[in-house]
Write a protein that binds this ligand. Structure first.
Ligand SMILES: NC(=O)c1ccc[n+]([C@@H]2O[C@H](COP(=O)([O-])OP(=O)(O)OC[C@H]3O[C@@H](n4cnc5c(N)ncnc54)[C@H](O)[C@@H]3O)[C@@H](O)[C@H]2O)c1
Length: 318
């Protein structure tokens, strides 16, 4: 059995190929070539923990895997990681476990990659200014994905935690040799931006419609519970909404669920799933002025496809 750590994954995985693999996974999903039950969320109330279990099988890629993620916020006091994620890869023919992969970096890469795919189909071709709101773990790979698919000239970064923001800006400048600006508030970051990424842990909207210009594309990847949201209702109402999976968004994404509960939008306001754009069943962006919003909650096929790709690369090296 192959055992891989986050560090191994960092060494092996590149964003460009990760975007290609994730796009292929969504294509398979849209074609009905994947089995993917909605994720199971199991609370461990006495320890304030949650366990998420995410199995999937993509026939077209021969990828069978299950990700198990634990989320224990009180671990911070114990100086232990709050999130622990592993992917178990099985042989689809025999069920034999072929690999166990530490999946914190894998998760960040596949979450970045799906935003990369969405940006490819939804952002303006000439988009060159990117605003990142929330400068944590996911922000790094969100940035990497967007600059992989668009020619970004300027990045503005904001986080309520100044230290995290400054660290992110320094790291991004060094790594990508791009102009990266630290801003004092969200408005300053998103005014005039062509692409916005929200990757915060906020439960209340961080985006205000009045600050967004026509033609903007937004990737909203934070808010993962029905009671959490990052995007204000007016933006949701006025945007063309694409989700990773309708069923998952309607179960988990407060950004969509809350405006529906408030009767601001109906379920039909969701324009498409990402796979429909990939399979050309529906066009992505159709005008220079529309605001597009991609809301992801994260799907198991992203994990199994990327885990499978990592294993294929490792086997070639053996
Ligand atoms: N869509 C997906 O597939 C997917 C995958 C992984 C994580 N997530 C979600 O993405 C979010 C970010 O994850 P992470 O691992 O980067 O977390 P993180 O804790 O590393 O970073 C989150 C950052 O957001 C900042 N923040 C919180 N509230 C803010 C606000 N109001 N304005 C600006 N910044 C704010 C925090 O200071 C922090 O730096 C989480 O909600 C996580 O659950 C989604």
């Amino acid at each position: 059995m192959i055992l891989l750590s986050d560090r191994d994954v960092e060494r092996i995985l590149d964003m460009k190929e990760c975007i290609e693999v994730v796009e292929e996974a969504f294509k398979n999903l849209g074609l009905g070539n994947a089995i993917m039950p909605l994720r199971t969320t199991m609370p461990i109330e006495e320890f304030n923990g949650v366990v998420l279990i995410m199995p999937s099988y993509i026939k077209g890629l021969n990828a069978l895997a299950t990700k198990i993620v634990t989320f224990y916020p009180d671990n911070a006091k114990l100086k232990l990681p709050i999130v622990n994620a592993y992917v178990i890869v099985n042989n689809p023919k025999t069920g034999v476990v072929e690999a166990i992969i530490e999946a914190n970096h894998l998760t960040a890469m596949r979450t970045g990659a799906v935003s990369g795919v969405a940006t490819k189909y939804l952002a303006r071709e000439d988009a060159d200014t990117l605003a990142i709101i929330g400068c944590g773990v996911q922000a790094r790979t969100q940035l990497w994905a967007v600059i992989t698919v668009r020619n970004i000239r300027e990045i503005r970064a904001y986080d309520i935690d100044r230290k995290r923001r400054e660290e992110f800006v320094r790291e991004a400048r060094e790594r990508f040799q791009l102009k990266v600006i630290s801003t004092e508030n969200v408005k300053e970051a998103i005014e005039g931006a062509d692409i916005i990424v929200t990757a915060t842990t906020s439960s209340t909207p961080v985006i205000n419609y009045e600050w967004i210009k026509p033609g903007t594309h937004i990737n909203a990847i934070g808010a993962f519970r029905p009671d959490m949201r990052e995007i204000d209702g007016k933006t949701v109402l006025n945007a063309k909404i694409v989700v990773d999976l309708r069923e998952a968004a309607l179960k988990e994404a407060g950004d969509i669920i809350i405006p529906i509960q408030e009767k601001l939008i109906s379920r039909d306001h969701i324009y498409a799933e990402l796979s429909e754009l990939i399979l050309r069943k529906k066009p992505g962006r159709v005008s220079e002025s529309e605001i597009t919003l991609f809301k992801s909650v994260g799907l198991a096929i992203q994990d199994s496809s990327v885990a499978n790709h990592i294993l294929n690369k490792v086997r070639k090296q053996l």
